[in-house]
Design a protein around this ligand. Structure first.
Ligand SMILES: [Zn+2]
Length: 195
């Protein structure tokens, strides 16, 4: 009697009463995240790739994971997909790792793009909330000498281009290593979960 009263109470609270609390979870053959299996497949979820910047790679990124709708690792279809993905990430990681370091020219191009972005952002902000420049800001741009002393001017130097090229190369190397590590983790997960 006590149990049925409890169930009644749960229902009146609007909370769903789980009659069969058995939930199946499984590893995604793309991102290796662990998720509840819904009607035999993985639900929609985000790709959790660590040490990877958003949007820096076409195939290895944060955001929605392509594993949604696929079967988990431990099934024949899931393991086949996981091994396919491991092959892809291994090849792409090795390809990226083998590329030559970014050059000063590439660092310069990226610096100019970043400056343009910053400029656009400032203009957009100015349009959204027009605030007259302070006397200090006006003074900083009043003469070429004063402008040369601003931090923005400091972006446009060979040392700055080289620095940016170096950090671009470092980021790409880290991305390549992350892909190769992910490929190994996918193969390991399949080995531990035979179909
Ligand atoms: Zn996933």
């Amino acid at each position: 009697m006590g149990k049925s009263q409890l169930e009644e109470k749960d229902r009146s609270d609007g909370a769903p009463v789980e009659m069969t609390p058995m939930t199946e979870t499984g590893l995604c053959p793309y991102c290796l995240g662990s998720f509840k299996i819904v009607r035999g497949v993985l639900p929609r979820h985000g790709f959790r790739a660590h040490n990877v910047r958003h949007g820096t790679s076409g195939g290895f990124h944060t955001g929605a994971c392509n594993g949604a709708g696929h079967q988990k690792i431990g099934t024949e279809a899931g393991n086949t997909k996981a091994l396919d993905n491991a092959t892809f990430y291994q090849a792409r990681g090795e390809e990226l790792a083998a590329l030559p370091a970014f050059t000063r020219e590439e660092g310069k191009a990226a610096t100019i793009r970043a400056a343009q972005d910053t400029h656009l952002t400032r203009r957009a902000n100015a349009w959204a909330t027009p605030v007259p420049p302070t006397a200090e800001q006006r003074a900083a741009y009043a003469t070429p000498e004063a402008f040369a002393n601003t931090s923005v001017r400091g972006w446009f130097s060979d040392a700055s281009y080289d620095h940016r090229a170096k950090s671009m190369t470092r980021e790409r190397t880290q991305r390549a290593e992350a892909m190769i590590t992910h490929a190994a983790a996918l193969r390991e997960a399949v080995a531990q979960n035979p179909a």
